[in-house]
Ligand binder design. Structure first.
Ligand code: GLN
Length: 538
């Protein structure tokens, strides 16, 4: 029978529930268990695809094209759990399903209510991913205990224990134990309140993970144990990691989390070998190079807006024995201050995906600067589209070139709407989404990086390169090194006479893992290291 672990959070948001869940998933997998990960989000949007990155951080896209919460990125980077549409549900999807059933007459004669209809729907989506093939499901509940919108989820997971039996169910609660500078003390009261609130709902957490900036004394752990009705061994410290998030599983292991969970669920405790992980951390700790990468975007001030890109750069840094320092640059700053000034001192420039006009000219300027000065450049999605606009304007001389997304009347629409998008008006879930095959041209940098003829990469866009202009671009030295297998859609462009100038229509950042860095990020960071070394020789 599949066992269930529910992870809730209390006191404040942004405690790292996703990272903690992913770390636990990784430890359980390393002990030989088959793990599935799932996130339930209490907001009403059907998915985060319609939300601004300012609201929600990046939208994480899966192979099957679902647009999901960024915590699923942690799950994929830490574990091998296959993720699908069933791995992330929101209140919006749950209500939509229940209302559709009501319209079909499934509840004829009955009043449809939060309990039992919404809670039954929640329980059914948790059970849906259980099978003989799965030992443990970790279900993370988004939001914070005490939020009105979280209540149906908490009620559903409370009932779940009744349905499957206490021996098959474990509740983990993540809280904050803040340090009060004025009193020079860690404070346990917020944790006590948070657990108190859960217990009022009927959930007694089995394990408490305490996020803290300072080590928690035995005395404080005993106090938490007593007031929260949790055995001392299950009050686990999770201290802030200044160096790397990849230390989190190691420290949870040291504090006994995986053993405790496995014992409590009556599973067998397999051998744990974290050798490869320790090696990774050791490599990260002793870089031989240092490199500065500018990520020029529209949401540079938001730390989660380009989360998977930052992570992928870190993976590539570890692979290249380089400490990657990322500068998050607001593209509008380049419009005001000029690319030469704002980007000075950077060894590589990355322009990520995005939508809309704001900051677009700054991105185009950043790319011109990279192209003209032979600085390694990596464009992703809108970043590729901007690179073709820049080339059309500054190399081919079409000063008016633009994307039809921004300027519908340009005389040179180098980026135009995908044919399949022409009659679509609805915004949610309607882009070209998910894994699509891309054929690589032998003899190109892309082919050399991937060492493969055909790759699958995840997409999220409505616009594409306008095929009418391919010939003109080719003649001036821009090659189309990746296309859809039938050749109709441009997927990768690159410049020959440049140390590393490559841009992709897809999102490679969703396929990078610390243990398996993405080849294009690897190539880009390696080129940036070479660029830095070349400059220091001068
Ligand atoms: N806005 C562009 C499009 O829809 C690029 C999308 C992206 O960067 N994800 O095609």
């Amino acid at each position: 029978m599949t066992k269930h672990i529910f992870v809730t959070g209390g006191v404040v948001s942004s405690l790292g529930k996703g990272l903690t869940s992913a770390s636990l998933g990784m430890l359980l997998e390393q002990r030989g268990l088959k793990v599935r990960m799932q996130k339930l989000d209490p907001y009403i949007n059907v998915d985060p695809g319609t939300m601004s990155p300012y609201q929600h951080g990046e939208v994480y896209v899966l192979d099957d094209g679902s647009e999901t919460d960024l915590d699923l990125g942690h799950y994929e980077r830490f574990t091998n759990s296959p993720l699908t549409r069933d791995s992330n549900y929101t209140t919006g999807q749950i209500y939509q399903a229940v209302i559709n059933k009501e319209r079909q007459g499934d509840f004829l004669g009955k009043t449809v209510q939060v309990i039992p209809h919404i809670t039954n729907e929640i329980k059914s989506i948790i059970k849906k991913i259980a099978s003989d093939e799965v030992d443990v499901i970790i279900t993370e509940i988004g939001g914070t205990v005490g939020d009105i919108e979280s209540l149906p989820f908490l009620e559903a997971i409370r009932q779940f224990q009744q349905d499957v039996g206490a021996e098959n169910c474990l509740y983990i609660h993540l809280t904050l134990v803040p340090y009060l500078k004025a009193a020079s003390e860690l404070k346990t009261k917020p944790t006590q309140h948070s657990v108190g609130q859960l217990r009022q709902i009927g959930i007694q957490p089995d394990v408490l993970i305490c996020r803290t900036e300072k080590s928690i004394s035995l005395e404080d752990r005993e106090k938490i144990s007593l007031f929260c009705n949790i055995p001392l061994e299950a009050v686990i410290e999770e201290k802030d990691k200044d160096f790397s998030i990849y230390e989190v599983p190691v420290s949870l292991r040291e504090n006994g989390l995986d053993e405790l969970v496995i014992r409590r669920l009556g599973l067998s405790l397999g051998e744990l070998d974290l050798g490869a992980w320790h090696e990774l951390l050791a490599q990260q700790r002793s870089p031989k190079h240092e490199v500065r990468i500018a990520v020029v975007g529209k949401y540079a001030s938001h730390k989660d807006a380009y989360k998977s890109i930052y992570e992928s750069l870190e993976h590539a840094g570890i692979q290249n024995l380089a400490q990657v320092q990322v500068s998050c640059i607001q593209s509008e700053d380049i419009e005001r201050g000029g690319a030469e000034e704002v980007l000075a001192g950077h060894d590589g420039i990355l322009v990520p995906g995005g939508f809309g006009e704001r900051g677009m000219e700054g991105k185009i300027e950043a790319i011109r600067h990279a192209r003209e000065n032979h600085i390694p450049f990596f464009g992703i999605c809108l970043g590729m589209q901007c690179a073709t606009i820049e080339f059309a304007r500054n190399v081919l001389g079409h000063v008016d070139a633009h994307s039809a997304e921004i300027n519908g009347t340009t005389s040179y629409p180098v980026i135009c709407l995908l044919d399949e998008q022409k009659n679509i008006t609805a915004k949610g879930g309607t882009m070209r989404l998910g894994a699509q095959p891309c054929r690589l041209k032998p003899g190109t940098r892309a082919h050399e990086s991937y060492q493969s003829d055909l790759v699958d990469e995840r997409h999220r866009h409505r616009y594409e390169f306008n095929n009418e202009y391919r010939e003109e671009f080719l003649q001036e030295g821009l090659s189309f090194s990746g296309t859809s297998p039938d050749g109709s859609l441009v997927e990768i462009i690159e410049l020959k006479d440049h140390p590393w100038f490559l841009a992709v229509q897809f999102h490679p950042e969703f396929h990078s893992k610390p243990t398996n860095p993405h080849p294009l990020f690897g190539g880009f960071v390696s080129a940036a290291v070479a660029n830095r070394e070349k400059l220091s020789e001068v």
